[in-house]
Design a protein around this ligand. Structure first.
Ligand SMILES: [Zn+2]
Length: 77
């Protein structure tokens, strides 16, 4: 069974899954840190995958963590 992190019943992630994601450096597997930044962002701020291009949570929570870690920013949901 694959490890799963459940933050809320509707907010969870499989910790060994790293989906390919569009970034400023092309298509790359998402890091665990970026995934957790995204998921924790939903829970901590209540922001959904909404807004233009469904990028509100990516722009408000995931990309700041990517920048802090020196990772390329996500460009699409
Ligand atoms: Zn999301």
């Amino acid at each position: 069974m694959m490890p799963i992190l459940i933050l809320k019943p509707e907010v969870f992630t499989w910790t060994q899954v790293h989906p390919y994601t569009e970034t400023t450096a092309g298509l790359q597997p998402a890091s665990t840190e970026a995934i957790l930044g995204h998921k924790i962002g939903h829970v901590a701020t209540g922001v959904g995958d909404e807004g233009q291009g469904r990028m509100n949570n990516v722009n408000q929570n995931e990309n700041p963590i990517r920048r802090e870690l020196g990772e390329p920013e996500r460009t699409a949901y």
